[in-house]
Design a protein around this ligand. Structure first.
Ligand SMILES: NC(=O)c1ccc[n+]([C@@H]2O[C@H](COP(=O)([O-])OP(=O)(O)OC[C@H]3O[C@@H](n4cnc5c(N)ncnc54)[C@H](O)[C@@H]3O)[C@@H](O)[C@H]2O)c1
Length: 520
């Protein structure tokens, strides 16, 4: 591709992800704040070790932040090369905390929330605990970095959004790809009308494993009811937003190492690949397309090969349709790792996101033109030259180690927002709730054999009927103009058909009269 055939595009403002960095200077401006942001980690299992890495690195770089508390219901265990520093006491040690300080090293998260030197909490428990902890933390005056999926149910996601708005707390949902500026750069490009009317987006998260998805999380003999507070892990004594227990009782689900360590395989604690993996992809894709909640969702799939006692499917696809006049497809199997490729299709162009990148960052995206003519085009197997290219600045300028991770960048943005008391993080709960609701409706569609509409007024899913298709057919008869994605400034660019001249001959023959105008 010649250089002249490309227009390199450096996205502006938000699109460049050019959020200010979190510094001692920015934090010093927060009235009445502690001298530094104290972070309390709730659920210091596998994922949380990366969050601890980030905070330790920031402290090394003299940012005003420190790990001040850890909570886990598991004592923890250090197994070289198998389980790095996971669990309560190994994580306390990593954070430089005294294991006998029961206020800051605890199995009960409520103890951590009582501490004045805990300014923000990082929630990295299994999904069924996210909402309860986030809401309790906000009520205790803390800001929240919560892992994806934001919650386990849609009602919980809505409750977290409402709590964040009402209590004016800063919340970021840990979809680290939102710190990759590529997605917002694509959104700027899309909104301006450059690919014409947006019709379809696709994404995928295909994987393969010989042992079965998530069975590669090891079980050890030391994982037992002696080292794990199983009641607290299940959460059955705690009520969720629907007034139901957070999890089953030990009588319903006795301690089992596989449930404890490989909880993603079981519905009571997560949503399988629908919510574990699809939520990553859906969040950044809908952000790029300019979408939030879907109009209509269906989910398919099945448990076709991983017959190892799990609940969740090994092949799944979600199809979400939007009032904005487009569709999103999210698909995967856990038994073959060839991706569909992340793509946005418009009437005048196709955005193809680079399948490869460096560390957590994509190389960027390329746009291929569409040249609709009077007849149908043939299916294409090869790309022409791109008409546009976006090169991700993060791809071009690597940093060292953990500093180069998107998780670090998301934390940096979150802490800067905490310092500025600004709710607009790179991964807001409002976006998180929309993405989560989409994939959760897909999971429920698969499980319940139903199709769902999003009820905007009720802010909840409801069973679908035929009105989606009939409404659209009625718009066609009315010769309506298409709806557009959110923030659209492209006018009718790429959004209008060019009817052939002979189309003026159409029309019903009423009483045998030709409706066509006279002449040729
Ligand atoms: N953003 C990402 O890329 C990414 C990657 C992995 C995991 N995650 C998310 O992080 C979360 C944790 O996943 P993981 O792989 O670390 O799981 P994990 O099982 O390794 O760790 C979870 C920890 O939470 C603890 N826990 C459970 N209930 C608790 C309670 N009531 N109080 C305190 N601690 C409790 C468990 O004992 C365990 O140590 C999940 O929501 C997952 O989806 C995100």
């Amino acid at each position: 591709m010649s250089k002249s055939s490309r227009r390199s595009f450096l996205a502006s403002s938000a699109a460049a992800g050019a959020a200010m960095s979190f510094t001692a200077k920015s934090y010093a401006q927060v009235p009445g704040a502690n001298a530094r942001v104290g972070v309390g980690f709730l659920g210091v299992g596998g994922r949380c070790q990366q969050h601890i890495d980030v905070i330790l690195k920031m402290r090394e770089l003299n940012k005003p932040v420190a790990p001040v508390a850890v909570c886990d219901v598991w004592d923890g265990q250090v197994v070289a090369n198998l389980i790095r520093g996971r669990g309560l006491y190994p994580s306390a040690e990593r954070c430089g905390l005294n294991r006998d300080d029961r206020n800051h090293v605890s199995k009960d998260y409520r103890k951590i929330l009582e501490q004045k030197d805990v300014d923000v909490v990082c929630i990295a428990t299994p999904d069924h605990w996210h909402a309860r902890m986030a809401i309790d933390a906000m009520q205790a005056g803390k800001d929240v970095y919560m892992e994806k999926p934001m919650t386990r149910t849609i009602a919980e996601a809505i409750a977290v959004v409402d709590a964040a708005q009402k209590l004016n707390r800063v919340v970021t949902v840990g979809v680290q790809s939102m710190a990759d500026p590529t997605w917002l750069a694509a959104n700027e490009y899309v909104k301006a009308g450059n690919i014409g009317h947006v019709l379809q987006g696709q994404t995928s998260y295909f994987r393969n494993s010989s042992v079965g998805q998530w069975r590669y999380y090891p079980l050890t003999r030391e994982m037992s009811p002696t080292t794990v507070d199983w009641n607290m892990w299940l959460g059955h004594a705690f009520k969720g937003v629907d007034d139901q227990p957070l999890g089953p009782t030990p009588a319903q689900m006795p301690f089992d190492r596989a449930v404890w360590a490989q909880w993603r395989c079981y519905w009571p604690f997560g949503g399988g690949m629908f919510t574990d993996l699809f939520v990553h992809q859906t969040t950044h894709l809908i952000a790029a397309m300019g979408l939030k909640f879907p109009g209509r969702v269906t989910g398919g799939g099945g448990l076709y090969m991983e017959y190892d006692g799990r609940d969740v499917p090994d092949v799944a696809t979600v199809v979400a349709d939007y009032e904005e006049g487009c569709q999103v497809i999210i698909s995967a199997t856990m038994l073959n790792d060839v991706q569909l490729g992340e793509t946005i299709r418009g009437h005048l162009g196709t955005i193809k996101f680079s399948p490869t990148g460096r560390a957590d960052y994509l190389k960027g995206f390329e746009v291929y033109g569409q040249y609709p003519a009077g007849g149908p085009s043939k299916p294409k197997d090869a790309d022409s030259k791109p008409i546009h290219e976006y090169v991700n600045p993060k791809f071009a300028s690597p940093k060292n180690g953990v500093e180069d991770s998107a998780t670090y960048a998301l934390w940096d943005n979150f802490l800067e927002c905490v310092a500025a008391k600004r709710r607009m993080t790179l991964s807001t709960p409002e976006l998180g709730a929309a993405a989560f609701s989409t994939v959760n409706m897909g999971a429920n569609s698969y499980r319940n054999g139903k199709v769902y509409f999003w009820d905007k007024d009720g802010r909840a899913p409801k069973e679908a009927d035929s009105s989606w298709a009939t409404k659209l057919e009625a718009r066609s008869k009315k010769r309506d103009t298409p709806s557009q994605v959110q923030g659209w400034t492209g006018g009718d660019r790429g959004s209008k058909l060019v009817p052939p001249a002979y189309q003026r001959l159409e029309g019903p023959w009423v009483n045998g009269a030709d409706p066509a105008p006279a002449g040729n």
